[in-house]
Design a protein around this ligand. Structure first.
Ligand code: NI
Length: 379
């Protein structure tokens, strides 16, 4: 398929995906559309027990290794503020992280691989993963056993850091481990004029928030990146009542597994002892998300080689403590997570975020080549 024809087809489908955003675990129309497009081109769809999301399969004539190429398909609860003719048709839902771009690019990869099926030494699986924004969608694919036979996996993400035609590639961590903590504080409610008759959960909550901010600054090596952000605090509902309870939650971002475990331990210790100091009951609920992405050095160098052969620019991405549930796959499958330059714009998750559709066919061709060459490389 010529670059022009591919680009035209992908732009048309991209506009559809962009204008029809669906949130995590609700990507029913998106899933239907992906299946329709694949079926129209006679591409096999794996019979996997997934409520949303799709795994397509392209089998070469020879038996061989299995390579997976991953996109994600969900959108965000954001009111779009772009002036695009194909802007979101649904209020408060928007593809503001480029997952519409990933979906369309990997669909393009599927079209190219279908044409080049005879060249494939082994099998290539094309993954359209649900619920990436929940941080846990990858687990649905793993539970569905859709990737049990996969030898190497590559994922893509649009990047507003790089122009179209440039990729961001790096070994090791490209995103951080993402954990959520929630803390429930139970005190004893009383009149605002008689604090001595109660146990004030607000004072305990604010002391705890200040305490938590000392963990990174006082307990962690400054060369080991980590973030603790308290992002949500609730207590009370009027001016003359000291409430019974307070609630706070936030996120922890780390790169090393040791630091990740240590911060969880310190949050639990501070909650217990600050709670005791203020005479309230305080409980931590810890919700573990994905670990840090960990790009395999050899496969990452290989991804660079293919990019060079395709005449693409290669840059080292800025480190980020953002999260990516692709990291769950990397716990058992080697691979690399690669950024695709989609032009400078507002940051991801901003209501005016845009990707340049010119990057669609470039990404599709690059990932198709990556898949074919990766399968050929495994003996
Ligand atoms: Ni994203």
């Amino acid at each position: 398929m010529s670059r022009d024809r591919l680009q035209k087809e992908l732009e048309e489908q991209f506009q559809w995906f962009h204008s029809h955003p669906e949130l995590s675990y609700e990507e029913y129309e998106t899933t239907k559309k992906i299946k329709e497009l694949l079926k129209a081109h006679d591409i096999e769809i794996l019979d996997a027990p997934l409520e949303t999301g799709v795994v397509a399969v392209i089998r070469g004539e020879e038996k061989g290794p299995v390579v997976a190429l991953r996109s994600d398909i969900d959108a965000l609860p954001i009111q779009e503020e772009t002036t695009l003719p194909w802007k979101s048709q649904t209020p408060n839902k928007m593809h503001a992280c480029g997952h519409d771009f990933h979906t369309t690019a990997i669909y393009g990869t599927a079209l190219l691989l279908k044409e080049r099926q005879k060249e494939i030494k082994g099998t290539i699986k094309l993954l359209f993963q649900p619920a990436e924004e929940s941080s846990l969608g990858a687990l649905k694919v793993i539970e569905a056993k859709a990737l049990d036979d996969v030898d190497v996996i590559f994922g893509i993400h649009s990047s507003s850091q790089f122009p179209v035609g440039t990729l961001g590639i790096t070994e090791g961590n490209i995103t951080a481990a993402v954990d959520t903590f929630q803390i429930k504080i139970k005190g004893f409610g009383t009149h605002g004029a008689h604090p001595d008759a109660g146990k004030d959960p607000i004072i305990a909550a604010t002391a705890l928030i200040n305490g938590l901010q000392t963990i990174v600054s006082r307990n962690i090596n400054p060369f080991d990146p980590a973030v603790i952000s308290v992002t949500h605090l609730e207590a009370g509902n009027t001016w003359n009542v000291i409430p019974e309870t307070a609630f706070l939650e936030g996120t922890v971002r780390t790169l090393s597994p040791k630091t990740r475990a240590y911060i969880e331990k310190r949050i639990r210790e501070q909650t217990e002892f600050i709670g005791k100091a203020y005479g309230v009951e305080a409980e931590v609920i810890w919700i573990a998300g994905p670990p840090a992405t960990d790009n395999d050095p050899e496969w990452t160098e290989f991804a660079r080689e293919i990019a060079r052969k395709q005449g693409l620019g290669i840059e080292k991405p800025y480190p980020s403590l953002g999260g990516e549930d692709f990291a769950f796959y990397q716990q058992t499958i080697k691979g690399s997570f690669i950024q695709i330059g989609t032009g400078e714009t507002y940051p991801n998750h901003h209501p005016k975020f845009e990707v340049d559709p010119a990057a669609l066919s470039i990404a599709a061709e690059y990932v198709a080549e990556l898949g074919i060459q990766a399968a050929a490389r495994i003996k």
